[in-house]
Design a protein around this ligand. Structure first.
Ligand code: THU
Length: 125
């Protein structure tokens, strides 16, 4: 799958975003080591703190089906702005895609980052 196709899947995943509190819809699409596609959206909560970001939804879907090696994840905001992954999502990426790539759209252009660029000193045990 091309980067463009993965980003299209991330945008499509915003369709199921549950964001009644922020109205900020986010979608994510990832590829596992064996080429499987998983998507996710942000799921908010009245408590705010129980909100799950789109990236973690997609990652947890993959891991919960036995896919623990992720190579690439695309993230898209429904309003076309750039959704930089939050610190918690970066730490979850550290666990399941330490050598992985993050695709973001900046001013309509897909930009590729390594996790190491966005989280240079992620926590590991
Ligand atoms: N959010 C994501 O889903 N991913 C990001 O990369 C940034 C933030 C969500 C969480 C919350 O539902 C909303 O965006 C506003 O913070």
């Amino acid at each position: 799958m091309t980067n463009e196709e993965l980003m299209e899947n991330a945008k499509a995943a915003t369709r199921f975003s549950y964001a009644p509190y922020s109205n900020f819809k986010v979608g994510a699409a990832l590829l596992t080591e064996d080429g499987e596609l998983y998507t996710g959206c942000n799921i908010e909560n009245a408590s705010y703190g129980a909100t799950n970001c789109a990236e973690r939804t997609a990652i947890f879907k993959a891991v919960s089906e036995g896919k623990k090696k992720i190579t690439k994840i695309a993230v898209a905001a429904g309003d076309g702005s750039t959704a930089y992954p939050c610190g918690i999502c970066l730490q979850v990426m550290q666990e399941f895609m330490p050598e992985g790539t993050i695709l973001l759209e900046e001013h309509g252009i897909i930009v590729s980052y390594s996790l190491k660029e966005l989280l240079p000193k992620g926590f590991t045990l």
